[in-house]
Design a protein around this ligand. Structure first.
Ligand code: MN
Length: 132
């Protein structure tokens, strides 16, 4: 189990499907992270500015603003560009991953996401800080 420091930054999950959001939030809690949840692209970008999370999990198919557009806005923002964005891709649609990386995503995970995949991806993207 990781030791949490008081000033440790949360993970932001932007996902419109409530079941997926709860599932992944539970996994993140079990990894010792604090979690902020957003159900659409607009509120996701707003919460990213507000909380400056350690990492953003970005569903691609989202209402109000899709995940590609939200990622581009985050990566074009000087205050947010350093934050790793991991795309959540549904049913491995052809081209989704390539478009996600083009939009600035650092990594991607195909749904359904397992705890092991989440943990490995966090380790890769965040370095030693993500070990759990
Ligand atoms: Mn979605």
């Amino acid at each position: 189990m990781r030791i949490m420091s008081e000033d440790e930054k949360p993970i932001l999950i932007i996902e419109d499907n409530p079941d997926n959001r709860v599932l992944i939030t539970d996994m993140l809690h079990s990894m010792g992270y604090q979690v902020i949840e957003a159900p659409d692209g607009d509120s996701g970008v707003r919460l990213a500015h507000q909380h400056r999370p350690a990492l953003i999990l970005m569903d691609l198919s989202l209402p109000s603003k899709d995940g590609w557009q939200a990622t581009r806005e985050i990566k074009n923002s000087p205050e947010l560009a350093h934050i790793p964005v991991v795309a959540l891709t549904a049913h491995a649609m052809r081209g989704d991953r390539e478009r996600a990386l083009e939009a600035g995503c650092d990594e991607y995970l195909t749904k359904p996401v397992s705890l092991g995949e989440l943990s490995r991806t966090f380790s890769a993207v965040l370095g030693g800080r993500a070990a759990c």
